[in-house]
Design a protein around this ligand. Structure first.
Ligand code: PLP
Length: 388
């Protein structure tokens, strides 16, 4: 087992050693991290729903009514009326014929990709797709072909080269998790139709955030009904845990029969399902929360850019501050934490070499005062390190 210590040492040497920071408070704009009061500027709890009283109440009620755990997989003893109610709510929210729940977004990507593609097929994947998509593609035994990030010319070349594959599955994040930019879905749909390929969009960061009704990046582009497989998480804007796949009735039935991470895993626990159901109703009833998120996102991005940070211009609540070097990124993250702002550094292998960054995200619940206080810390830290 000597390799453990050796490899850990090597990670430390390269500035790539990772350690979880401990939260001593909730997932709210002001929280406590390792004993220190901090402004939380990196959570995926975009709408603040982990802390919404109706969501917390629904989780408690679900425990009271159904118990703490589901007790079995959906296909054995774990299929509660509550799971089916959430699936119906998701289908109506997404305007799809059906929906099916998975334990996590990671499991959804693993299960769906491996169910839809196998030997002889081609999985055509954006180079910045989430790790769970990469892992699902590896598990599937299909040929994996990677196109340059948002490069639809390269995607078309690969589609043209893949005519001999039995089936072609284009897979993309809807909103890229570490960059916050959107997949070029309108172009992808045109190419998919031209080359008879299926399209799967992982809208982990789009659900609840993008689109007029908050249903995600597919709605944002007006492409409802044009994307065969839509995945979203319940763990980010919806403030709970778990994931869904929305699509046709046949897709849902097929996944229940073929997706191994659905079949061979305990059903999501009642508390998470109850919380997600309440959250989904809040997203539909209270668009003002989403509008506040967007106001905050525009303000913070504009101000960070104004300070001189290297921040891309597109609109998204995920705001990467590009630094490049991993060690320098971690120095800035530490300096920010010392100043009372928690926004962690993101390094390889999560992002490509030379593109280390601080991943800032904003929440609807941040006040203007929170954001201004954070900006002061960003200003001071950036100057001290000579980054701005
Ligand atoms: C794009 C994307 N897909 C999938 C996941 C996995 O979702 P979960 O955390 O629910 O496993 C994440 C983040 O965790 C993500 O950013």
């Amino acid at each position: 087992m000597d390799f453990l210590a050796n490899e850990l040492k090597e990670l430390e040497h390269k500035g790539l050693y990772r350690q979880a920071r401990r939260l001593d408070g909730p997932q709210s704009p002001r929280t406590v991290i390792e004993g220190k009061e901090c402004l939380l500027l990196s959570s995926n709890n975009y709408l603040g729903l982990t802390e919404h009283p109706d969501v917390k109440k629904a989780a408690k009620e679900a425990i009271e009514r159904w118990g703490a755990g589901a007790g079995g997989s959906r296909l054995t003893t774990g299929n509660y009326a509550l799971h089916e109610e959430l699936e119906q709510e998701i289908a109506s929210f997404k305007k799809s014929a059906g929906a099916v729940l998975f334990g996590t977004g990671y499991m959804a990507n693993l299960g769906v990709i491996q169910a839809l593609a196998g030997r002889g097929d081609a999985i055509i994947s954006d180079e910045l797709n989430h790790a769970s998509i990469i892992d699902g593609a590896r598990l599937s035994r299909a040929e994996v072909k990677v196109y340059r990030h948002r490069d639809t010319g390269h995607l078309e070349e690969i589609l043209a080269e893949s005519r001999d594959n039995r089936r072609r599955l284009i897979v993309t994040d809807g909103v890229f998790s570490m960059d916050g930019d959107l997949a070029l879905l309108p172009d992808i749909v045109v190419l998919a139709e031209r080359y008879s390929a299926m399209v799967m969009v992982d809208d982990a960061h789009g659900t609840g955030v993008f689109g007029r009704r908050g249903t995600g990046s597919v709605e944002h582009f007006g492409l409802e009904g044009k994307i065969q497989v839509q995945i979203g998480t319940l763990s980010k804007a919806l403030g709970s845990a778990g994931a869904y796949v929305a699509g046709t009735r046949e897709l849902v039935d097929y996944l229940k029969n073929k997706a191994r991470s659905f079949i061979f895993s305990t059903a999501p626990p009642p508390a998470a399902v109850g919380a997600a159901l309440a959250a989904m109703r809040i997203v539909q009833r209270q668009p003002d929360i989403r509008q506040q998120l967007w106001r905050n996102a525009r303000y913070l991005r504009g101000e960070l850019k104004g300070l001189g940070y290297n921040v891309p211009a597109y609109e998204s609540p995920i705001i990467p501050i590009f630094i490049g070097d991993a060690a320098e990124t971690m120095r800035l993250a530490r300096e920010l934490h010392d100043g009372g702002v928690f926004a962690p550094g993101i390094r390889p292998p999560t992002v490509p070499q030379g593109t280390s960054r601080i991943r800032v995200t904003v929440m609807a619940a941040h006040t203007l005062e929170d954001l201004d206080r954070a900006l002061l810390v960003f200003d001071r830290a950036g100057r001290r390190l000579g980054i701005i």
